[in-house]
Design a protein around this ligand. Structure first.
Ligand SMILES: *Cc1c(COP(=O)(O)O)cnc(C)c1O
Length: 227
């Protein structure tokens, strides 16, 4: 498991290096370890190396892991959300990055337990209209869902998330992320207090940081290929 610690340190160094290259404060970029389909022992190794934010994509798998891992982990739900899973998500996670409908937002707010702080959420935008991905697909839908999320008492809208289509050049990757940044800025101009741009994974980390990501979700570079 020493390789998990060294992988993690390499990812942290890359984040610092890219932050410097693009004139950004490295402290403004959080690292979420995307742990879906990774073993508990690997997650524990990342935890032992200092990592505290972990992302999961499947509720059942996440609940089993939560049960067996340290209690001070901050769990983020980053997968597609079916409405019959909102209760478990609202009860067990601190963040949800993949909200893409009013129905899901309403259920998460209604089902967030009173003894917990409001659930932090991001709205997922499907930039390339890919059928395989979740996310809203128009600016009208974005404005409508944003206003609705802001009206709900038990969720706090923090920002936007996207998983762009695969691109091969840094420039093409940056173009993708830039589309999300433009929407984020549009909402901020309309007095919406947002502080989170959830973008960037193993293959497009540099592009995401160049475009202003505040939270990168990295799996493969930390844990290796998924099982
Ligand atoms: C799996 C996953 C990641 C991590 O992807 P890698 O390419 O392994 O870094 C990031 N975000 C989401 C939403 C994911 O499902």
């Amino acid at each position: 498991m020493t390789d998990i610690a060294s992988n993690l340190n390499q990812v942290i160094s890359s984040i610092k290096r890219f932050a410097k290259k693009y004139d950004r404060d490295p402290a403004s970029i959080s690292l979420l370890a995307a742990a879906k389909q990774q073993s508990i022992s690997k997650i524990q190794a990342a935890y032992d190396a200092g990592q505290r934010l972990f992302g999961e994509s499947y509720l059942q798998e996440a609940l089993e892991k939560m049960h067996r891992l340290p209690k001070d982990i901050e769990w983020h739900f980053i997968g597609h959300i079916q409405s019959n899973k909102t209760k478990g998500i609202a009860e067990h996670f601190s963040w949800v990055h993949s909200v893409d409908s009013m129905k899901i937002a309403r259920r998460l707010s209604e089902q967030r337990p009173d003894h917990l702080p409001p659930l932090n959420i991001c709205i997922e935008y499907n930039l390339d209209h890919e059928a395989s991905k979740s996310g809203i697909e128009s600016d009208d839908a974005l404005r409508e869902l944003t206003a609705y999320c802001l009206s709900l008492p038990r969720i706090t809208l923090r920002g936007l998330m996207a998983i762009p289509a695969k691109q091969t050049s840094l420039e093409a990757q940056r173009k993708e992320f830039h589309q999300l940044v433009e929407r984020w800025e549009m909402l901020r101009q309309h007095h919406c207090v947002l502080d989170t741009l959830s973008m960037g994974m193993t293959e497009d980390l540099e592009a995401a940081i160049a475009e202003g990501s505040t939270l990168v979700r990295v799996g493969t570079a930390i844990f290796g290929k998924r099982e």
